[in-house]
Write a protein that binds this ligand. Sequence first.
Ligand code: GDP
Length: 529
Amino acid sequence: MATPPLLFLLGGRLGAPVVWIRSTVASVGASQTVAAAESKKDALLGGLLLPGFDEQTCASRYQSVYYRKNLTRQPSPYLIKRLRDQEALQRRCGPGTEPYARASERLRSGQTGAVDNDDDGGGCRYLVLISYRGLGNRMLAITSAFLYALLTRRVLLVDRGYGNTLPDLFCEPFPGTTWALPLDFPLDKEFRDLDETAPESYGNVAVNRSGSVSGMRFVYLHLDHAASQANRLVYCDDDESFLRRMQWAILRTDQYMVPGLFFNPTHQGELDRLFPRKDSVFYLLSRYLLHPTNDVWGMVTRYYNAYLSGADERLGIQIRVLFGGDKPAQHVLDQILACTSRERLLPGVVTTQGPAPAPPLPAAAGARARRRSKAVLVTGLSGWYHDSIREMYWESPAADGEVVSLFQPSHEEHQLWYQNKHDMKAAAEIYLLSLTDNIVTSAWSTFGYVGYALGGLRPYLMFLPENQTAPDPPCTRAMSMEPCSHGAPSFECTRKEIGTIINTGLLLPHVRACEDISWGLKLTDPDEV
Ligand code: GDP
């Protein structure tokens, strides 16, 4: 893989003015600032990306293609068209425009938020995403919210989060505008405390008050993974209801809403046209939307070029111990080794009885037989698993003579909330995981989901350990590269009987129960299963 030259590290921050340079529209692939040696690579990802963004402020947008394999799923022409429509909408109605100023004023002054036809309110309606929880959760939420905005023709505005960390993590995705919720947003911090008991919550209005919108300034969509069934009825909204009329929708979600959107008959036709391959939703949308800032991209590329690029093969192991505290757990190490051995991802080691035989003399330079090398990227909060596996290959030779090297960029020990450096390391590690050839991930972890889904990898998913014991089997090959949704609807949208919980996974051939969480749902391509 070619190594792109180092680029200038300029701030490319969310909320900073985007430089929209038409003069570079011609061909990003042929640009001097990206690796000319690989000019065949399609830096615009089959039309997913627009040319013309300033390459200096967000190097990853056009550079990441040089670190990745070619796209394994192509964007449909209809997806490309709808992305361009969405960009135009974001520019026409986004912060700094006249329609945005009017819509904000309406919200500030407490006027009713209902707009009765498409021209009312300048034809601009908004979806504000509240950012919370860990980075994997937030990346799933942003990607799902974007698809929801696209389907419902709303402008997506992303809250920067309590610690304002978002601008340090991702570049602006839309040309000529910002997706960052302005700091003077009229609801101020108050909106971050909304929960499902709020009078504006969809569940309250749709179920308890039969759709009356009188006096409502906005509608609140509570789609946290643990949302009540009443609030999950948003997934079944049929476009006729009050929701479409409300100019402002505030969304709280920490999870991957996309499988739930497939249940809505109103969206099904559109989703089929957007994504003929159902397992490509996160893969394509995340490649379109989530470009690391230069600071994060620098961390990714420095690490990749120093430790991973030279190996014949790269294996990612993502370790997330969700229950039982942050202390090292022997059963988790046992599970990782059982999984990598069973799936032939890592060689075993040769152990001998009695004194070890003398190692061979080093061969003369040049005559040395080249041994296959495998770089193992370990990510996790603890460094103990990495150290233990590395020691195993130091103390004894690998069974098949392979050279196994282990690398772990950081071990933060504990999860921290809304701290920029901590989040940037997490972002860099998620991207590094996505650059591996094979990946082992931990059960229930959105960090792992994003790592494999961004890379278009079908992971080896480890099951959740019970009673401090490694499960048997330790892991399974996932059916698709899509993330799992932990809070999808569990009722049929055509009936909307929220008291009747059914196995929604049986309704659509491309929506299945997740491998690692029985009530979770994920998209898959029926032909792949
Ligand atoms: P989940 O809790 O496993 O679903 O994943 P999230 O990404 O939503 O939240 C976990 C948070 O813990 C991350 O945002 C990081 O702050 C931290 N974290 C967990 N695993 C890692 C890791 O492997 N590397 C780093 N740098 N941080 C991690």
